[in-house]
Design a protein around this ligand. Structure first.
Ligand SMILES: Nc1ncnc2c1ncn2[C@@H]1O[C@H](COP(=O)(O)OP(=O)(O)OP(=O)(O)O)[C@@H](O)[C@H]1O
Ligand SMILES: [Mg+2]
Length: 485
């Protein structure tokens, strides 16, 4: 019987281990192959596993992408040489795509490169995105399920979907490619980023909020954050449906906004402050004149009578800045019924508090804070940092009489965004601002898949503004203040 452990002449071959000597090379030419190493039961040599089918496919896909990327760079250069850039503005999308496909096809033939139909279509689309749009970011901007795009250098692009961050397989070719796209965005709004001016805020053509920071301040390559603009803003009923708050809380908030309480939405980054503010604004009566002030215009009010203002940073010569405070001061002379400031983060706090205290009831803003109490401290700090020399007690009483309600938004670990607390400010007790929580989100546990289990509950405290609600025709049933036990 044939045995592969046997030499052809019948003598036993010595088993060879990893550490042992290699088998002697066959002397006679008629010996076809060197003796194969035996495979004893306890082989010492770690045998490298053959690459899995997925790994092979992934490697193939990566090579295909790299090749397409190289081709894209090459063709992009050729396109810029051949396309009549001045005519681009007037060309329709279909015409332009056809033109690009023609030029690319010619160039590919010249380069003797054959591509299958699918790769050719991908390449043409990417070339179109490079010339007319924001290159690799374009498919993400078009993807409705993506709410944020976060670029950490050219090779790592993350997206947020449903409150969760994931790494995509989309990349820029290199830092230069990324910088070219950044430059395209910022130059469209008349700004420039470079070593001496390494960061910039801008608004994309579709309304999305954009921020970038370039090297050397950004250490591992340019950083870009884009908060996608949603045409269809989430309304109160959407937020109730998504479990951001309950119908009872919505009824309470409707009463609060309609009765012109001054409301602050507090929360961390991306916790849903602007979305909540926008949804709350839907309770404002259509007859009122509302002025909105933002650093980047995101709010979309549904009322007829809305004046929108956007602050402006200084230009490259350091001139022409218009701050939120400038807008706010001017707004006070524009006969507003209500003023909405997108986010209060600096010296405009003084004018905001004054506006809230002096006849512009029903004004609203957001602040970056982790709880209602923290929100108050933030306001105090902002007043102090604005250089107002006022005793703390006076600052506090100013805040206590200006702000009626703090709504706390939060993004929980499972990515869900919830209104975790609604707190009323009821006045001052000595030196301390007194507050009462009306509703809160109670966490009860976590499901095995990480989803947070919890419920909204009333605290049992009746609203300080109940009489006002009733006088204005919002007779909320006492049951909404009753806690579930
Ligand atoms: N309750 C919600 N359910 C689902 N998505 C939400 C909810 N609230 C907000 N979002 C989405 O989360 C993203 C961030 O929301 P938003 O811009 O309101 O946050 P923010 O707190 O204002 O952020 P920033 O601090 O960056 O200004 C948006 O894409 C928004 O559509
Ligand atoms: Mg916001």
């Amino acid at each position: 019987m044939f045995s592969r452990f046997k030499k052809p002449d019948g003598t036993e071959a010595k088993p060879v281990t990893a550490a042992g000597p290699r088998p002697a090379a066959p002397v006679a030419s008629h010996v076809a192959a060197p003796v194969a190493a035996p495979k004893p039961a306890l082989a010492v040599r770690p045998v490298a596993a053959p690459p899995s089918a997925e790994a092979v496919a992934a490697d193939k896909e990566k090579k295909r992408k790299d090749r397409l990327m190289e081709l894209k760079v090459e063709l992009h250069k050729k396109l810029l040489e051949s396309l009549n850039l001045a005519a681009l503005e007037h060309a329709t999308e279909a015409n332009l795509k056809a033109e690009i496909a023609d030029i690319a096809s010619e160039a590919l033939t010249e380069m003797s490169v054959a591509l299958n139909k699918e790769d050719r279509a991908t390449l043409n689309q990417e070339l179109y995105d490079e010339v007319m749009g924001l290159g690799p970011l374009e498919p993400l901007l078009k993807d409705e399920s993506v709410s944020d795009i976060l670029v950490n250098g050219p090779h790592r692009i993350f997206v947020e979907r449903g409150g969760k961050l994931t790494l995509t397989d989309i990349t820029f070719k290199d830092e230069r490619h990324l910088l070219r796209i950044i430059d395209k965005i910022v130059s469209a709004v008349g700004r420039r980023v470079d070593e001496s001016n390494p960061y910039c805020d801008a608004r994309l053509a579709d309304g999305s909020r954009f921020n970038c920071m370039v090297p050397p301040v950004a250490v591992d390559g340019s950083l870009v954050s884009i908060r996608k603009f949603k045409k269809e803003k989430l309304g109160i009923s959407d937020l109730v449906r998504f479990g951001a708050f309950t119908e009872e809380m919505a009824a309470y908030l409707q009463a609060a906004v309609s009765c012109r309480l001054n409301v602050i939405v507090s929360g961390g980054t991306g916790s849903g402050k602007t979305t909540t503010l926008n949804a709350l604004s839907s309770f404002i009566d259509n007859t009122e004149r509302v002025l909105t002030i933002e650093d980047t215009a995101e709010l979309q009010l549904q009322q007829v009578h809305v004046g929108r203002m956007e602050s402006r940073p200084a230009n490259v010569e350091g001139k022409g800045a218009v701050t939120q405070r400038d807008c706010l001061r001017n707004a006070l002379r524009m006969r507003p019924d209500r003023i909405i400031v997108g986010e209060t983060r600096g010296e405009e706090v003084i004018d905001m508090l004054q506006a809230m205290n002096t006849g512009h009831d029903g004004s609203m803003t957001t602040i970056h804070a982790n709880s209602a109490r923290d929100g108050i401290s933030r306001l105090e700090n902002m007043v102090a940092m604005a250089g107002i020399e006022m005793p703390l007690k006076a600052v506090r009483s100013q805040i206590a009489s200006a702000v009626n309600l703090i709504v706390q938004a939060s993004r929980l670990q499972d990515g869900s965004r919830r209104m975790v607390s609604i707190t009323e400010i009821t006045g001052m007790e000595g030196e301390v601002i007194s507050m009462q929580e009306i509703f809160r989100f109670e966490r009860l546990g976590v499901e095995p898949n990480g989803k947070i289990i919890g419920r909204f509950n009333a605290t049992g405290v009746r609203s300080h503004y109940s009489d006002r609600f009733r006088q204005w025709g919002y007779d909320l049933p006492a049951s909404i203040y009753e806690p579930i036990v």
